[in-house]
Design a protein around this ligand. Structure first.
Ligand code: CP3
Length: 395
């Protein structure tokens, strides 16, 4: 999609209440097919990898999750929908954030905005990891400029106030969004569903807000293991059902965001990150064989290898501070790598952006790689820099 095309679409979607033109037109880049080269066993990283092109998948992103190396790598960006896009802000005035997530017309349109504007290889459901506590009846509010706030769970009574029975009904609008997005996506683009991992969601449920170190949560894990274990077991169970429902509704892969995995001690990481993730992956593999799962254990550091080997995920998201060359050596070859451009390089743009982006892309050439950021897009990112990034990665 050229720039003038993008701008005219942007104006269209800013004007319309709930745009009816959510489906990209045949003029869009994704309909024209990607320039694809299959890379065989190549380069320093790929000497003994499974031969490319064996996954049997047609969509570039699913091929990579099946273990193929695709060049240039398929790409999408964490938080690709959101406040940095004027067309998002234009729709966002109609509703608060939770309202946007639970109104399929709005959530579908918002999900599709970055796919349409930039020709991303994937759409990620517009929702939030905290829609799970919301669906369990824990009051959730997003306070502008402050982030999420929930009544913190600090005792058995707080836990018992959660209502597992609300979940199935409460998530219906989110599942409807998944169905609509899937139906509207260009043929080469992949629909990604997601949830927070039990530990990261528990952090917000117990702390009641964001935090630098989630001290109350980690203290509960040590001092009240039974209560903490109940919260984690509930989240594990609910996360399986929630992701399974997203897959039934049309999600072609699902991602588990474990943004706070890196604040745990190594032993606690094994208990509260690797264990639950492995069980969720096993349960989903049984219910949905062939649907790949991406894990994002942010700041896992030296435990990344253990996570990749033991959880059974098909892909791992690399955070900004992970060296992709090192990850390529440590993570088993059959596990795809996703990441990991610094979101601040995207804010900066220009030569620094290009250098960093090509550095990441080229470090993983020959590896099953999905290009992405190392964490979510920042709200003050100029949208033009995203367009520059897409051109650079595909150039
Ligand atoms: O990636 C996408 O485009 C899909 C949508 C998505 C959102 N949040 C939308 C959102 C996804 C995948 C998330 C995940 C999420 N949410 C995580 C894990 C990833 C990460 O960033 O570490 C976490 C920890 C949350 C919890 C959360 N949601 C916080 C802490 C905040 C406030 C901070 C902020 O960025 O505003 C949110 C709000 C939120 N989630 C917004 C969006 C677009 C901003 C809401 C608004 O428009 O006001």
């Amino acid at each position: 999609m050229d720039a003038s095309h993008a701008v005219s679409r942007l104006h269209d979607s800013a004007r319309v209440t709930v745009p009816s033109h959510a489906v990209p037109t045949p003029g869009d880049r994704l309909y024209q097919g990607r320039r694809q080269e299959r890379t065989g066993s190549m380069g320093e990283l790929g000497a003994d990898r499974q031969e490319a092109g064996t996954s049997g998948q047609a969509k570039p992103l699913l091929r990579v999750l099946g273990g193929d190396s695709v060049w240039p790598p398929p790409m999408w960006l964490m938080r690709q929908a959101g406040r940095y896009l004027p067309e998002y802000r234009a729709l966002r005035v109609q509703s608060d954030f939770i309202g946007c997530c639970t109104t399929p017309e709005l959530a579908t349109e918002i999900t599709l905005q970055p796919v349409r504007r930039f020709g991303m290889d994937a759409a990620i459901l517009f929702s939030d990891i905290l829609m799970v506590p919301w669906a369990l009846g824990q009051g959730l509010q997003f306070v502008s400029g402050e982030g999420p706030e929930l009544p913190p769970i600090r005792d058995q009574a707080g836990f018992e106030a959660l209502d597992r029975g609300r979940l199935a009904d409460a998530i219906q609008p989110i599942l409807e969004t998944v169905r609509r997005v899937r139906a509207a996506l260009p043929p080469a683009a992949t629909m990604i569903g997601f949830a927070g991992s039990p530990f990261t969601v528990a952090c917000y449920m117990i702390e009641g807000s964001g935090s630098r170190d989630f001290a109350a949560t980690r203290t509960m894990a040590y001092a009240r293991p039974e209560l903490f274990g109940r919260i984690m077991a509930l989240l594990e169970d609910v996360t399986v059902d929630y992701l399974s429902a997203q897959i039934d509704a049309g999600a072609e892969t699902v991602m588990l965001f474990d943004s706070w995995a890196g604040i745990l001690s190594p032993m606690q990481f094994r208990h509260h990150v690797v264990g639950p993730t492995r069980r969720i992956v096993e349960a989903l593999n049984l219910r949905h064989p062939g649907t790949p799962i991406i894990g994002f254990p942010r700041l896992a550091g030296t435990l990344l290898r253990h996570y990749a080997e033991r959880t059974g995920v098909d892909g791992v998201g690399l955070d900004t501070v992970t060296d992709p060359r090192r990850a390529a050596v440590e993570v088993p070859e059959h596990v795809a790598l996703q990441g990991n451009l610094d979101p601040l390089a995207l804010v900066a743009g220009g030569a620094a952006l290009r250098e960093e982006a090509l550095g990441v892309r080229d470090a993983l050439r020959g590896r099953a790689h999905i290009f992405n950021l190392g964490h979510g897009i920042l709200p003050h990112t100029p949208p033009d820099h995203v367009a520059e990034l897409v051109a650079a990665v595909r150039g």
